[in-house]
Design a protein around this ligand. Structure first.
Ligand code: CMC
Length: 427
């Protein structure tokens, strides 16, 4: 329901329209604020700033609700395939059988990567972090598809979308293979998306590799849970970079870089390293909870807290249950799962965590599953990126279709006022 908000500044009243989303979220449209009053709003970290209107993902942090295009995350994680969800996010509706067959087939036909990309890839040192490599390789793809940044070329966005979805898994597995000193595998297009990824990761030329359906199903679920999360740091980065009309590959490359940070997607690697440390240290979780509460320690409980979820993270609930099921089915006894559960129990009853509404987030249990699937720690954030790819693409596409203006925040300047230049010999 449209309304009006009254703002009184220096005794003068101003009216600004309010807007309401389809789920009742409310905002004040302050687009004319500076022109009319000379004031801007300031909101470090954008804690209270809506950057866009979006029809892709709905999230209610108080109620722990997450929906893609109106479908609950619980339903999608249980019933859909990752590519169905990718289609839903990018094109707005679940695909029909024919649409799905075409989408899947298009992706299968683009899984091979230009061999010249290997020359770029081979230049990276063997111990390069795969997130840095992925960000570079995805950006490099624009060089192989120059129509992606040529304004005069026919619009091939749909093809670039397919290429990204198809080639990202191939490139990701290169990183893993190189770190092991193993030859890379070419894609096997008879396999479905998740199975093909597992084949490229784990198959060796010297023996047969059969994709374990339990692992493929678990991977499918994890990718769906990560597929979009509205205007988070990496997604906002993708939209912001894309708003300057930068091409899709560069925009996604920037998103990968933003995701790498330990406060964002990089937390999944930090979590497992923290859990390993606690296990190695005798499993005393109280000690680590105390350390996290001590601000002078500089230590945070990775996998805890979220900017938006202030009750529970619905993805964490699904992942916790999946971690139990998968470890049991695969017959794996990982002490980090027990330590993670103990840590959660202690933290959730602690006044510090209760007062600050800090709960396990999506990254808390995901690493335990990745490890059970055989994926090494330094690849965890790449797995997050693989899952988030359709969300980034959908958000970039929505931003372009809406012809959003270039993103350009303002600031309040706090530096020196005008001073006279002093020649170097007099300083
Ligand atoms: N351990 C200990 N204290 C914490 C933690 C934590 N994990 N998270 C927040 N706090 C404290 C923080 O010190 C602050 O305390 P005080 O009010 O006394 O200064 C208060 O809680 C609010 O924290 P904040 O940093 O202002 O909150 P934020 O909304 O800016 O940050 C967050 C959200 C996710 C960056 C933060 O909770 C965090 O650093 N968590 C650990 C990293 C992590 O797990 N990140 C993954 C997020 S989920 C996946 C994704 O979307 O990428």
């Amino acid at each position: 329901m449209a309304g009006t908000a009254e703002l009184i500044i220096e005794g003068k009243s101003y009216q600004y329209p309010t807007i309401e989303g389809s789920e009742g979220e409310k905002a004040i449209d302050i687009a004319k604020l500076r022109d009319e009053t000379g004031y801007i709003t300031i909101d470090s970290g954008y804690k209270n700033t809506g950057a866009t209107k979006s029809g892709i993902t709905f999230l209610d942090g108080e109620e722990g609700i997450l929906r893609y295009r109106g479908y609950s995350i619980e339903d999608l994680a249980d019933k859909a395939s990752f590519l169905e969800v990718a289609y839903l996010l990018i094109y707005g509706e679940l695909p029909t059988t024919e649409q799905y067959a075409k989408f899947e087939n298009d992706i299968r036909r683009h899984t091979i990567v230009n061999e010249d990309m290997r020359r770029i890839f081979n230049g990276f040192p063997v111990n390069s972090h795969p997130m840095g490599v992925m960000s570079s390789l995805i950006s490099a793809m624009s060089g192989f598809y120059p129509d992606s940044y040529d304004d005069k070329a026919p619009d091939r966005t749909e093809l670039h979308i397919i290429r990204l979805l198809a080639k990202f898994p191939t490139l990701a597995t290169w990183c893993y293979k190189k770190s092991n000193g193993h030859p890379i595998n070419y894609p096997k297009n008879s396999l479905d998306y998740c199975s093909n990824f597992l084949h490229m990761m784990f198959s060796l030329p010297v023996e047969n590799y059969e994709v374990n359906p339990v692992i493929s199903k678990a991977l499918n679920k994890l990718l769906i849970l990560h597929a979009d999360h509205e205007q988070n740091c990496s997604t906002s980065t993708v939209r912001l970079v894309g708003s300057s009309k930068a091409n899709l590959y560069s925009s996604i490359s920037a998103g990968i870089s933003a995701l790498w940070g330990p406060l964002h997607g990089g937390a999944n690697q930090e979590v497992i390293e923290m859990l390993d440390e606690i296990v190695a240290d005798g499993g005393d979780v109280e000690k680590y909870v105390l350390k996290a509460k001590d601000k002078s320690s500089g230590f945070r409980l990775f996998g805890f807290g979220h900017r938006v979820y202030k009750n529970f993270d619905p993805r964490a609930r699904i992942i916790k249950k999946a971690a139990d099921d998968i470890l049991e089915t695969l017959g794996i006894n990982d002490p980090t799962l027990e330590v993670a559960k103990k840590l959660e129990e202690v933290a959730l009853t602690d006044e510090y965590f209760i007062a600050r509404k800090l709960y396990p987030n999506v990254d808390f249990y995901s690493g335990i599953i990745y490890r059970a699937l055989g994926i090494p720690t330094n690849m965890f954030t790449v797995m997050f990126a693989l899952g988030r790819l359709p969300g980034w693409i959908a958000q970039w596409k929505e931003m372009r279709a809406a012809k959003e203006p270039i993103g350009r925040p303002r600031q309040i300047y706090t530096g020196a006022t005008l001073r006279e230049f002093v020649p170097i010999e007099k300083r």
